[in-house]
Design a protein around this ligand. Structure first.
Ligand SMILES: [Ca+2]
Length: 227
């Protein structure tokens, strides 16, 4: 075959292919810029027909990697904190019921119990601590709470009552039993009190309208505990 014949056949084939570019097909619009592939696709489409329906779902895949129920440290930390709060709440509720059953009274933010047992200051302090409490101090500095304590607990007993205030560590430097230093603003002494370096423990004094007096720590008085 001569080269002329070959060229002629190629030209005819190109014309034939170019002619297919204009064949309308339902699944594609032929583009002459992508002639070869679109012609091939069109021919395949006509020979094979349209795609069939989607087949049924395949079998389930293999199980994923086994891991703990929580793989998030922050979430675990929050879980632990919530558990701790729940336990604290239950303990607080239980503690409140126990205190009320044992005769403690809620005044202000704390619970109080007047022990009508006459003891010296240090023994009274120890007795409060054995009950998980301290001699009254934090609430006693609050004038409103103090008025309630005197009116509801101390005055009805009509007897001198130790509270938590002494200068046993340093003479003249009174410290409340919760560790707060006494000042003229947070301590309401009776008139002319404190009166003696030998009187180093404070009590609610019946003879001075239940204001504070420094007395000998060996005196036997009732005592007021605070939780
Ligand atoms: Ca005194």
């Amino acid at each position: 075959m001569t080269s002329f014949s070959v060229i002629t056949i190629v030209v005819l084939l190109i014309h034939f292919i170019l002619g297919l570019c204009d064949i309308p097909l339902d699944t594609c619009t032929l583009s002459c810029g992508n002639k070869d592939s679109t012609v091939r696709d069109a021919l395949v489409h006509q020979m094979v027909g349209p795609p069939g329906k989607r087949g049924p779902a395949g079998p389930p895949g293999p199980p994923g990697n086994a891991q703990s129920t929580c793989n998030c440290p922050k979430f675990r930390e929050l879980e632990n904190r919530i558990d701790a709060l729940e336990k604290a709440l239950v303990n607080k509720e239980f503690g409140r019921e126990r205190l009320i059953k044992e005769g403690w009274t809620k005044i202000g933010a704390h619970y109080y119990k007047l022990f009508k047992t006459k003891l010296p200051y240090k023994a009274a302090k120890t007795k409060c601590e054995s009950n998980g409490a301290r001699l009254a101090s934090t609430g006693y500095r609050d004038s409103s709470v103090r008025r309630d304590l005197v009116d509801r607990l101390i005055k009805p007993s009509n007897y001198n009552t130790w509270i938590g205030l002494d200068d046993l560590e340093n003479v003249g430097k009174y410290i409340w039993s919760d560790g707060v230093s006494s000042t003229s603003e947070n301590t309401e002494w009776g008139q002319n009190e404190p009166s003696s370096k030998n009187e180093r423990c404070a009590h609610s004094y019946s003879l001075k309208n239940w204001l504070l007096n420094d007395a000998s720590c060996s005196s036997d008085f009732y005592f007021l505990c605070e939780i």
